[in-house]
Design a protein around this ligand. Structure first.
Ligand SMILES: Cc1cc2nc3c(=O)[nH]c(=O)nc-3n(C[C@H](O)[C@H](O)[C@H](O)COP(=O)(O)OP(=O)(O)OC[C@H]3O[C@@H](n4cnc5c(N)ncnc54)[C@H](O)[C@@H]3O)c2cc1C
Length: 471
Protein backbone atom coordinates (compact mmCIF):
# COMPACT_ATOMS: atom_id res chain seq x y z
CA UNK A 1 0.00 0.00 0.00
CA UNK A 2 1.20 3.54 -0.75
CA UNK A 3 2.18 5.51 2.34
CA UNK A 4 4.33 8.50 3.21
CA UNK A 5 7.40 8.89 5.36
CA UNK A 6 7.67 11.58 8.00
CA UNK A 7 9.45 13.72 5.39
CA UNK A 8 6.55 13.17 2.95
CA UNK A 9 8.24 10.74 0.53
CA UNK A 10 5.92 8.08 -0.93
CA UNK A 11 6.79 4.42 -0.37
CA UNK A 12 5.19 0.97 -0.33
CA UNK A 13 4.17 -0.19 3.14
CA UNK A 14 3.89 -3.97 3.12
CA UNK A 15 0.40 -5.03 4.19
CA UNK A 16 1.74 -7.82 6.39
CA UNK A 17 3.43 -5.17 8.56
CA UNK A 18 -0.03 -4.13 9.65
CA UNK A 19 -0.53 -7.49 11.34
CA UNK A 20 1.96 -6.37 13.95
CA UNK A 21 0.05 -3.12 14.47
CA UNK A 22 -3.27 -4.97 14.73
CA UNK A 23 -1.84 -7.36 17.29
CA UNK A 24 -0.55 -4.52 19.43
CA UNK A 25 -3.86 -2.61 19.61
CA UNK A 26 -7.04 -3.05 21.60
CA UNK A 27 -8.78 -0.76 19.06
CA UNK A 28 -9.24 -1.29 15.32
CA UNK A 29 -6.99 -0.79 12.31
CA UNK A 30 -8.55 0.41 9.05
CA UNK A 31 -7.12 0.71 5.55
CA UNK A 32 -8.94 2.14 2.50
CA UNK A 33 -11.97 -0.03 1.70
CA UNK A 34 -12.49 -1.21 5.31
CA UNK A 35 -15.76 -0.41 7.06
CA UNK A 36 -14.90 2.45 9.40
CA UNK A 37 -12.15 3.96 7.23
CA UNK A 38 -14.36 6.58 5.58
CA UNK A 39 -15.99 7.57 8.87
CA UNK A 40 -12.60 7.97 10.50
CA UNK A 41 -10.98 10.04 7.78
CA UNK A 42 -14.00 12.33 7.25
CA UNK A 43 -13.80 15.65 9.06
CA UNK A 44 -16.26 18.38 9.98
CA UNK A 45 -15.17 20.54 7.03
CA UNK A 46 -16.13 18.84 3.74
CA UNK A 47 -13.52 20.96 1.94
CA UNK A 48 -10.91 18.56 3.37
CA UNK A 49 -10.61 15.30 1.45
CA UNK A 50 -7.39 13.54 2.49
CA UNK A 51 -6.64 9.83 2.69
CA UNK A 52 -4.44 8.40 5.40
CA UNK A 53 -2.76 5.09 4.49
CA UNK A 54 -3.80 3.51 7.79
CA UNK A 55 -6.09 4.44 10.65
CA UNK A 56 -5.49 3.19 14.18
CA UNK A 57 -8.64 3.81 16.18
CA UNK A 58 -7.23 3.87 19.69
CA UNK A 59 -9.12 2.81 22.79
CA UNK A 60 -6.60 3.94 25.36
CA UNK A 61 -3.12 5.18 26.14
CA UNK A 62 -1.52 1.79 25.42
CA UNK A 63 -2.96 1.92 21.89
CA UNK A 64 -1.51 5.39 21.38
CA UNK A 65 1.91 4.17 22.53
CA UNK A 66 1.68 1.20 20.14
CA UNK A 67 0.64 3.50 17.28
CA UNK A 68 3.52 5.92 17.82
CA UNK A 69 5.99 2.98 18.06
CA UNK A 70 4.69 1.52 14.80
CA UNK A 71 4.96 4.85 13.02
CA UNK A 72 8.53 5.37 14.25
CA UNK A 73 9.67 1.84 13.39
CA UNK A 74 8.34 2.23 9.85
CA UNK A 75 9.17 5.92 9.37
CA UNK A 76 5.50 6.55 8.71
CA UNK A 77 4.03 10.06 8.75
CA UNK A 78 1.77 10.48 11.81
CA UNK A 79 -1.41 12.50 12.16
CA UNK A 80 -3.75 12.75 15.14
CA UNK A 81 -7.50 13.16 15.17
CA UNK A 82 -9.29 14.48 18.24
CA UNK A 83 -12.73 15.91 17.47
CA UNK A 84 -11.93 16.39 13.76
CA UNK A 85 -13.23 19.97 13.90
CA UNK A 86 -10.11 21.83 12.82
CA UNK A 87 -11.10 24.15 9.96
CA UNK A 88 -7.88 23.49 8.07
CA UNK A 89 -8.31 19.73 8.53
CA UNK A 90 -5.02 19.27 10.37
CA UNK A 91 -6.20 15.94 11.82
CA UNK A 92 -5.72 14.05 8.58
CA UNK A 93 -2.82 13.79 6.12
CA UNK A 94 -2.47 11.85 2.88
CA UNK A 95 -0.50 8.62 3.24
CA UNK A 96 -0.13 8.93 7.04
CA UNK A 97 -0.87 6.68 9.96
CA UNK A 98 -3.79 8.44 11.60
CA UNK A 99 -4.26 7.94 15.33
CA UNK A 100 -8.00 8.41 15.70
CA UNK A 101 -8.77 9.18 19.34
CA UNK A 102 -12.49 9.72 18.81
CA UNK A 103 -13.52 6.71 20.93
CA UNK A 104 -11.47 7.86 23.94
CA UNK A 105 -14.27 9.86 25.53
CA UNK A 106 -14.18 9.08 29.23
CA UNK A 107 -14.56 11.89 31.81
CA UNK A 108 -13.93 11.57 35.55
CA UNK A 109 -14.92 14.40 37.88
CA UNK A 110 -13.46 15.04 41.33
CA UNK A 111 -16.10 17.40 42.73
CA UNK A 112 -14.25 18.04 46.00
CA UNK A 113 -10.98 18.90 44.26
CA UNK A 114 -12.88 20.65 41.44
CA UNK A 115 -10.94 18.85 38.71
CA UNK A 116 -12.17 16.97 35.64
CA UNK A 117 -9.95 14.43 33.91
CA UNK A 118 -11.03 14.00 30.31
CA UNK A 119 -9.68 11.60 27.70
CA UNK A 120 -8.36 13.41 24.65
CA UNK A 121 -11.06 12.19 22.25
CA UNK A 122 -13.80 13.94 24.22
CA UNK A 123 -16.01 16.51 22.60
CA UNK A 124 -16.78 19.65 24.60
CA UNK A 125 -20.28 18.35 25.34
CA UNK A 126 -18.87 15.20 26.98
CA UNK A 127 -17.04 17.29 29.57
CA UNK A 128 -19.96 19.67 30.20
CA UNK A 129 -22.35 16.75 30.60
CA UNK A 130 -20.29 15.12 33.35
CA UNK A 131 -19.18 18.27 35.16
CA UNK A 132 -22.72 19.69 35.21
CA UNK A 133 -23.84 16.67 37.27
CA UNK A 134 -21.94 18.47 40.05
CA UNK A 135 -22.97 22.00 39.07
CA UNK A 136 -19.41 22.60 37.82
CA UNK A 137 -17.89 23.65 34.48
CA UNK A 138 -14.63 24.71 32.90
CA UNK A 139 -14.12 27.33 30.18
CA UNK A 140 -14.77 25.55 26.87
CA UNK A 141 -16.03 26.69 23.43
CA UNK A 142 -19.39 27.59 21.88
CA UNK A 143 -20.17 24.40 19.91
CA UNK A 144 -20.49 21.18 21.88
CA UNK A 145 -19.33 18.90 19.05
CA UNK A 146 -15.84 20.44 18.88
CA UNK A 147 -12.97 18.31 20.21
CA UNK A 148 -11.39 19.27 23.55
CA UNK A 149 -7.87 18.34 22.39
CA UNK A 150 -7.47 20.65 19.41
CA UNK A 151 -9.39 23.43 21.13
CA UNK A 152 -7.35 23.30 24.35
CA UNK A 153 -3.96 22.83 22.68
CA UNK A 154 -4.55 25.97 20.59
CA UNK A 155 -6.06 28.15 23.36
CA UNK A 156 -9.86 27.90 23.49
CA UNK A 157 -12.53 30.46 24.33
CA UNK A 158 -16.25 30.42 25.08
CA UNK A 159 -18.94 31.77 27.40
CA UNK A 160 -16.77 31.42 30.54
CA UNK A 161 -13.60 32.94 29.11
CA UNK A 162 -14.32 36.40 30.47
CA UNK A 163 -14.26 34.92 33.99
CA UNK A 164 -11.52 32.30 33.73
CA UNK A 165 -9.41 32.95 30.62
CA UNK A 166 -8.44 30.77 27.69
CA UNK A 167 -9.39 27.11 28.06
CA UNK A 168 -5.68 26.36 28.25
CA UNK A 169 -5.36 28.75 31.23
CA UNK A 170 -7.58 26.29 33.10
CA UNK A 171 -5.57 23.16 32.40
CA UNK A 172 -3.83 21.77 35.48
CA UNK A 173 -2.13 18.83 33.81
CA UNK A 174 -1.89 16.73 30.68
CA UNK A 175 -0.78 13.17 29.89
CA UNK A 176 1.18 12.84 26.69
CA UNK A 177 2.84 10.17 24.57
CA UNK A 178 6.14 11.51 23.28
CA UNK A 179 7.87 11.01 19.92
CA UNK A 180 9.85 8.14 21.47
CA UNK A 181 6.58 6.54 22.62
CA UNK A 182 6.93 7.29 26.34
CA UNK A 183 4.02 8.34 28.51
CA UNK A 184 4.83 11.54 30.43
CA UNK A 185 2.94 13.94 32.64
CA UNK A 186 3.04 17.69 32.07
CA UNK A 187 1.92 20.01 34.86
CA UNK A 188 3.18 22.89 36.96
CA UNK A 189 5.38 20.41 38.90
CA UNK A 190 6.39 17.97 36.19
CA UNK A 191 7.99 18.83 32.86
CA UNK A 192 7.03 22.46 33.27
CA UNK A 193 8.53 23.47 29.89
CA UNK A 194 6.35 20.94 28.11
CA UNK A 195 3.33 22.03 30.15
CA UNK A 196 3.91 25.62 29.02
CA UNK A 197 4.20 24.59 25.35
CA UNK A 198 1.08 22.46 25.42
CA UNK A 199 -1.10 25.34 26.60
CA UNK A 200 -1.28 27.02 23.21
CA UNK A 201 1.41 25.54 20.96
CA UNK A 202 -0.97 23.09 19.28
CA UNK A 203 -0.27 19.37 18.81
CA UNK A 204 3.46 19.90 18.25
CA UNK A 205 4.90 17.96 21.16
CA UNK A 206 3.25 14.56 21.24
CA UNK A 207 -0.09 12.80 21.46
CA UNK A 208 -2.10 14.09 24.39
CA UNK A 209 -4.12 11.27 25.92
CA UNK A 210 -5.80 13.08 28.82
CA UNK A 211 -6.42 16.63 30.04
CA UNK A 212 -7.16 17.79 33.61
CA UNK A 213 -9.25 20.94 33.89
CA UNK A 214 -9.94 23.20 36.86
CA UNK A 215 -13.69 23.47 37.51
CA UNK A 216 -15.88 26.27 38.86
CA UNK A 217 -19.47 26.44 40.09
CA UNK A 218 -21.69 27.26 37.06
CA UNK A 219 -25.42 26.67 36.61
CA UNK A 220 -27.02 24.20 36.27
CA UNK A 221 -29.42 27.04 35.33
CA UNK A 222 -28.18 30.22 33.66
CA UNK A 223 -29.69 32.95 31.50
CA UNK A 224 -28.71 32.71 27.87
CA UNK A 225 -29.80 32.64 24.26
CA UNK A 226 -30.41 34.87 21.28
CA UNK A 227 -32.44 37.92 20.31
CA UNK A 228 -32.73 38.81 16.60
CA UNK A 229 -33.80 41.82 14.56
CA UNK A 230 -33.99 42.49 10.79
CA UNK A 231 -30.62 43.59 9.36
CA UNK A 232 -32.06 47.07 8.77
CA UNK A 233 -31.74 47.51 12.57
CA UNK A 234 -28.04 46.58 12.53
CA UNK A 235 -26.60 50.10 13.07
CA UNK A 236 -28.64 50.51 16.26
CA UNK A 237 -28.19 46.94 17.46
CA UNK A 238 -24.41 47.00 16.98
CA UNK A 239 -24.28 50.31 18.86
CA UNK A 240 -26.23 48.64 21.65
CA UNK A 241 -23.71 45.80 21.53
CA UNK A 242 -20.82 48.23 21.89
CA UNK A 243 -22.42 49.94 24.86
CA UNK A 244 -23.53 46.81 26.70
CA UNK A 245 -20.30 44.92 26.07
CA UNK A 246 -18.36 47.91 27.44
CA UNK A 247 -20.30 47.72 30.74
CA UNK A 248 -20.82 43.97 30.97
CA UNK A 249 -19.91 42.24 34.25
CA UNK A 250 -17.54 39.27 33.78
CA UNK A 251 -20.41 36.80 34.14
CA UNK A 252 -21.93 38.18 30.92
CA UNK A 253 -20.55 37.29 27.49
CA UNK A 254 -22.00 39.04 24.46
CA UNK A 255 -21.67 37.96 20.85
CA UNK A 256 -23.00 39.96 17.88
CA UNK A 257 -23.64 38.31 14.56
CA UNK A 258 -25.05 39.07 11.14
CA UNK A 259 -26.18 36.44 8.66
CA UNK A 260 -29.18 35.29 6.62
CA UNK A 261 -31.78 34.00 9.11
CA UNK A 262 -31.60 30.22 9.50
CA UNK A 263 -34.83 28.22 9.19
CA UNK A 264 -35.09 28.01 12.97
CA UNK A 265 -38.49 27.56 14.64
CA UNK A 266 -37.97 30.62 16.88
CA UNK A 267 -37.72 32.92 13.84
CA UNK A 268 -40.82 33.78 11.74
CA UNK A 269 -41.01 31.74 8.51
CA UNK A 270 -41.20 34.86 6.34
CA UNK A 271 -37.77 35.92 7.71
CA UNK A 272 -35.98 32.65 6.89
CA UNK A 273 -33.12 33.42 4.50
CA UNK A 274 -33.47 37.19 5.02
CA UNK A 275 -30.57 39.13 6.57
CA UNK A 276 -30.69 39.53 10.33
CA UNK A 277 -28.61 40.89 13.16
CA UNK A 278 -28.61 38.99 16.44
CA UNK A 279 -27.12 39.25 19.91
CA UNK A 280 -26.13 36.07 21.66
CA UNK A 281 -25.80 36.42 25.43
CA UNK A 282 -24.84 34.13 28.27
CA UNK A 283 -24.93 35.23 31.91
CA UNK A 284 -23.23 32.46 33.87
CA UNK A 285 -23.93 33.88 37.36
CA UNK A 286 -27.25 33.71 39.22
CA UNK A 287 -30.28 33.58 36.88
CA UNK A 288 -32.08 36.32 38.84
CA UNK A 289 -29.21 38.75 38.29
CA UNK A 290 -28.87 37.53 34.70
CA UNK A 291 -32.45 38.46 33.88
CA UNK A 292 -31.79 42.02 35.05
CA UNK A 293 -28.55 42.27 33.08
CA UNK A 294 -30.02 41.09 29.76
CA UNK A 295 -33.27 43.11 30.07
CA UNK A 296 -31.98 45.98 27.85
CA UNK A 297 -31.39 43.48 25.04
CA UNK A 298 -34.84 41.92 25.27
CA UNK A 299 -36.61 45.28 25.35
CA UNK A 300 -34.64 46.83 22.50
CA UNK A 301 -36.67 47.83 19.42
CA UNK A 302 -38.87 45.17 17.91
CA UNK A 303 -37.12 41.81 17.85
CA UNK A 304 -38.31 39.21 15.36
CA UNK A 305 -37.29 36.42 17.71
CA UNK A 306 -36.23 36.11 21.35
CA UNK A 307 -34.98 32.94 23.00
CA UNK A 308 -32.86 34.70 25.64
CA UNK A 309 -34.24 32.87 28.69
CA UNK A 310 -33.38 30.83 31.77
CA UNK A 311 -32.08 27.47 30.55
CA UNK A 312 -29.66 24.72 31.61
CA UNK A 313 -26.02 25.69 31.07
CA UNK A 314 -25.44 22.37 29.27
CA UNK A 315 -28.19 23.32 26.81
CA UNK A 316 -26.67 26.76 26.28
CA UNK A 317 -23.46 25.01 25.28
CA UNK A 318 -25.31 23.24 22.43
CA UNK A 319 -27.36 26.20 21.21
CA UNK A 320 -25.26 26.84 18.10
CA UNK A 321 -24.60 23.18 17.19
CA UNK A 322 -27.32 22.95 14.52
CA UNK A 323 -25.91 25.96 12.66
CA UNK A 324 -22.50 24.27 12.24
CA UNK A 325 -23.23 20.76 10.93
CA UNK A 326 -20.53 18.32 9.88
CA UNK A 327 -20.27 17.93 6.12
CA UNK A 328 -20.74 21.49 4.86
CA UNK A 329 -17.90 23.41 3.28
CA UNK A 330 -16.27 25.98 5.55
CA UNK A 331 -13.68 28.73 5.21
CA UNK A 332 -12.98 31.19 8.01
CA UNK A 333 -10.88 34.34 8.33
CA UNK A 334 -10.31 35.71 11.77
CA UNK A 335 -8.59 38.48 13.76
CA UNK A 336 -8.30 39.56 17.37
CA UNK A 337 -9.65 43.05 18.05
CA UNK A 338 -8.62 45.46 20.83
CA UNK A 339 -12.12 47.06 20.78
CA UNK A 340 -15.21 47.33 18.61
CA UNK A 341 -15.22 50.71 16.91
CA UNK A 342 -18.20 52.30 15.11
CA UNK A 343 -16.20 52.19 11.85
CA UNK A 344 -15.75 48.43 12.25
CA UNK A 345 -19.50 48.01 12.81
CA UNK A 346 -20.08 49.76 9.47
CA UNK A 347 -17.77 47.24 7.80
CA UNK A 348 -19.53 44.33 9.49
CA UNK A 349 -22.84 45.55 8.06
CA UNK A 350 -21.33 46.15 4.61
CA UNK A 351 -19.76 42.71 4.31
CA UNK A 352 -22.69 40.86 5.87
CA UNK A 353 -24.82 42.36 3.08
CA UNK A 354 -22.51 40.66 0.55
CA UNK A 355 -22.74 37.15 2.05
CA UNK A 356 -23.02 34.61 -0.81
CA UNK A 357 -24.61 31.67 1.02
CA UNK A 358 -27.55 31.07 3.40
CA UNK A 359 -25.16 29.86 6.12
CA UNK A 360 -22.29 32.35 6.29
CA UNK A 361 -21.95 34.89 9.09
CA UNK A 362 -19.86 37.76 10.41
CA UNK A 363 -19.40 37.32 14.16
CA UNK A 364 -17.94 39.40 17.01
CA UNK A 365 -17.11 37.40 20.15
CA UNK A 366 -16.42 39.22 23.41
CA UNK A 367 -13.50 37.62 25.30
CA UNK A 368 -12.04 40.43 27.42
CA UNK A 369 -11.52 39.84 31.11
CA UNK A 370 -9.44 37.18 32.85
CA UNK A 371 -7.20 36.48 29.86
CA UNK A 372 -6.07 40.11 29.73
CA UNK A 373 -4.89 39.98 33.35
CA UNK A 374 -2.25 37.28 32.85
CA UNK A 375 1.27 38.06 31.63
CA UNK A 376 1.95 37.58 27.91
CA UNK A 377 4.45 34.81 28.68
CA UNK A 378 2.00 32.88 30.89
CA UNK A 379 1.31 30.55 27.96
CA UNK A 380 2.05 30.47 24.22
CA UNK A 381 -1.51 31.56 23.34
CA UNK A 382 -0.27 35.07 24.15
CA UNK A 383 -2.51 37.73 22.61
CA UNK A 384 -3.34 39.01 26.09
CA UNK A 385 -4.35 42.32 24.50
CA UNK A 386 -7.25 40.71 22.61
CA UNK A 387 -10.70 41.82 23.77
CA UNK A 388 -12.86 40.55 20.90
CA UNK A 389 -12.56 37.96 18.16
CA UNK A 390 -13.79 38.80 14.67
CA UNK A 391 -14.74 35.72 12.69
CA UNK A 392 -15.75 35.90 9.06
CA UNK A 393 -17.31 32.48 8.80
CA UNK A 394 -18.00 31.25 5.28
CA UNK A 395 -20.23 28.17 5.08
CA UNK A 396 -21.90 26.66 2.00
CA UNK A 397 -22.86 23.36 0.44
CA UNK A 398 -21.50 22.74 -3.04
CA UNK A 399 -17.92 22.57 -4.35
CA UNK A 400 -18.80 24.81 -7.30
CA UNK A 401 -19.60 27.57 -4.79
CA UNK A 402 -16.10 27.45 -3.24
CA UNK A 403 -14.65 30.32 -5.25
CA UNK A 404 -17.38 32.86 -4.54
CA UNK A 405 -17.57 32.08 -0.83
CA UNK A 406 -13.83 32.06 -0.23
CA UNK A 407 -13.52 35.32 -2.13
CA UNK A 408 -16.25 36.87 0.04
CA UNK A 409 -14.44 35.87 3.24
CA UNK A 410 -11.06 37.11 1.99
CA UNK A 411 -12.42 40.44 0.80
CA UNK A 412 -14.23 41.07 4.07
CA UNK A 413 -11.10 40.12 6.01
CA UNK A 414 -8.82 42.40 4.00
CA UNK A 415 -11.17 45.28 4.62
CA UNK A 416 -11.49 44.66 8.37
CA UNK A 417 -7.89 43.65 9.10
CA UNK A 418 -6.84 47.25 9.93
CA UNK A 419 -9.00 46.98 13.10
CA UNK A 420 -7.00 43.95 14.34
CA UNK A 421 -4.57 43.85 17.28
CA UNK A 422 -2.26 42.24 14.67
CA UNK A 423 -2.87 38.86 16.25
CA UNK A 424 -5.05 35.99 15.14
CA UNK A 425 -6.41 32.82 16.72
CA UNK A 426 -4.42 29.68 15.90
CA UNK A 427 -7.51 27.47 16.01
CA UNK A 428 -9.48 29.58 13.51
CA UNK A 429 -6.85 29.43 10.73
CA UNK A 430 -8.09 27.94 7.47
CA UNK A 431 -6.32 25.78 4.90
CA UNK A 432 -3.79 27.77 2.88
CA UNK A 433 -2.95 30.26 5.64
CA UNK A 434 0.85 30.16 5.80
CA UNK A 435 3.59 30.44 8.46
CA UNK A 436 3.08 34.22 8.70
CA UNK A 437 -0.36 33.51 10.13
CA UNK A 438 1.06 31.03 12.66
CA UNK A 439 3.42 33.84 13.61
CA UNK A 440 0.50 36.24 13.96
CA UNK A 441 -1.13 33.72 16.29
CA UNK A 442 1.86 32.70 18.42
CA UNK A 443 3.97 35.84 18.08
CA UNK A 444 6.71 36.26 20.65
CA UNK A 445 6.20 32.77 22.05
CA UNK A 446 7.51 31.11 18.88
CA UNK A 447 11.18 31.17 19.92
CA UNK A 448 10.51 29.47 23.25
CA UNK A 449 8.13 27.00 21.55
CA UNK A 450 10.90 26.04 19.11
CA UNK A 451 13.14 25.25 22.12
CA UNK A 452 10.47 23.09 23.74
CA UNK A 453 9.98 21.39 20.37
CA UNK A 454 13.72 20.73 20.07
CA UNK A 455 13.72 19.03 23.47
CA UNK A 456 10.54 16.95 23.10
CA UNK A 457 10.29 16.32 19.36
CA UNK A 458 13.73 17.06 17.83
CA UNK A 459 12.96 15.08 14.66
CA UNK A 460 9.65 16.86 14.11
CA UNK A 461 7.63 13.66 14.15
CA UNK A 462 4.52 15.67 15.04
CA UNK A 463 4.27 17.93 12.02
CA UNK A 464 0.68 17.66 10.75
CA UNK A 465 -0.29 20.75 12.72
CA UNK A 466 0.58 24.46 12.74
CA UNK A 467 4.13 23.29 12.72
CA UNK A 468 6.88 24.69 14.90
CA UNK A 469 10.33 23.73 13.66
CA UNK A 470 12.71 22.52 16.40
CA UNK A 471 15.22 25.24 17.40
C1 LIG B 1 -18.09 24.54 14.54
C2 LIG B 1 -16.86 24.97 15.26
C3 LIG B 1 -16.96 25.77 16.37
C4 LIG B 1 -15.83 26.17 17.05
N1 LIG B 1 -15.98 26.94 18.15
C5 LIG B 1 -14.89 27.29 18.85
C6 LIG B 1 -15.02 28.03 20.06
O1 LIG B 1 -16.11 28.38 20.46
N2 LIG B 1 -13.90 28.35 20.73
C7 LIG B 1 -12.68 27.97 20.30
O2 LIG B 1 -11.70 28.28 20.97
N3 LIG B 1 -12.51 27.27 19.17
C8 LIG B 1 -13.59 26.93 18.44
N4 LIG B 1 -13.44 26.23 17.28
C9 LIG B 1 -12.10 25.97 16.78
C10 LIG B 1 -11.53 24.71 17.41
O3 LIG B 1 -10.87 25.07 18.59
C11 LIG B 1 -10.52 24.06 16.45
O4 LIG B 1 -11.18 23.73 15.26
C12 LIG B 1 -9.85 22.84 17.08
O5 LIG B 1 -8.76 22.48 16.26
C13 LIG B 1 -10.79 21.67 17.18
O6 LIG B 1 -10.23 20.62 17.89
P1 LIG B 1 -10.50 19.10 17.45
O7 LIG B 1 -9.91 18.22 18.48
O8 LIG B 1 -11.93 18.92 17.11
O9 LIG B 1 -9.65 19.11 16.14
P2 LIG B 1 -8.90 18.03 15.24
O10 LIG B 1 -9.26 18.43 13.86
O11 LIG B 1 -9.16 16.64 15.64
O12 LIG B 1 -7.38 18.39 15.55
C14 LIG B 1 -6.88 19.68 15.42
C15 LIG B 1 -5.36 19.69 15.59
O13 LIG B 1 -5.05 19.26 16.92
C16 LIG B 1 -4.24 18.09 16.85
N5 LIG B 1 -4.69 17.16 17.86
C17 LIG B 1 -5.94 16.68 18.02
N6 LIG B 1 -5.98 15.85 19.05
C18 LIG B 1 -4.72 15.79 19.54
C19 LIG B 1 -4.12 15.10 20.61
N7 LIG B 1 -4.82 14.27 21.37
N8 LIG B 1 -2.80 15.27 20.84
C20 LIG B 1 -2.07 16.10 20.07
N9 LIG B 1 -2.59 16.78 19.04
C21 LIG B 1 -3.90 16.62 18.79
C22 LIG B 1 -4.47 17.53 15.47
O14 LIG B 1 -3.42 16.74 15.02
C23 LIG B 1 -4.62 18.76 14.66
O15 LIG B 1 -3.36 19.28 14.35
C24 LIG B 1 -14.56 25.80 16.59
C25 LIG B 1 -14.44 25.01 15.46
C26 LIG B 1 -15.58 24.59 14.80
C27 LIG B 1 -15.44 23.77 13.59
Amino acid sequence: MRARTTEGREFDLALEKLDGLKASLRGSVFVPGDAGYEESRTLWNAMIDRRPAVVARCLGTADVIAGVKFARENDLLLCIKGGGHNIAGLAVADGALMLDLSLMRGVWVDPAGKIAHAQAGCLLGDVDRETQVHGLATALGFVSLTGIAGLTLGGGFGYLTRRWGWTSDNVVGMDLVTADARLVRASGDENADLFWGLRGGGGNFGVVTGIDYALYPVGPEIVGGLVAWPASEAPRVLELYRTLAGQAPPELTLVALMRPAPAAPWLPKEMHGKPIVALLACYSGSPGEGEKVVAPIKSFGQPIGDVLVRRPYAQMQTLLDATQPKGRRYYWKSEYLPRVEPALCEKVIEHAARIRSPYSAVILFQIEGALNRLAAEHSPVGNRDARYVLNIAGSWERAEEDGANIEWAREAWKDMKPFSTGGTYLNFLSEGEGPERTEAALGKGLGRLAEVKAKWDPENVFRTNRNIKPA
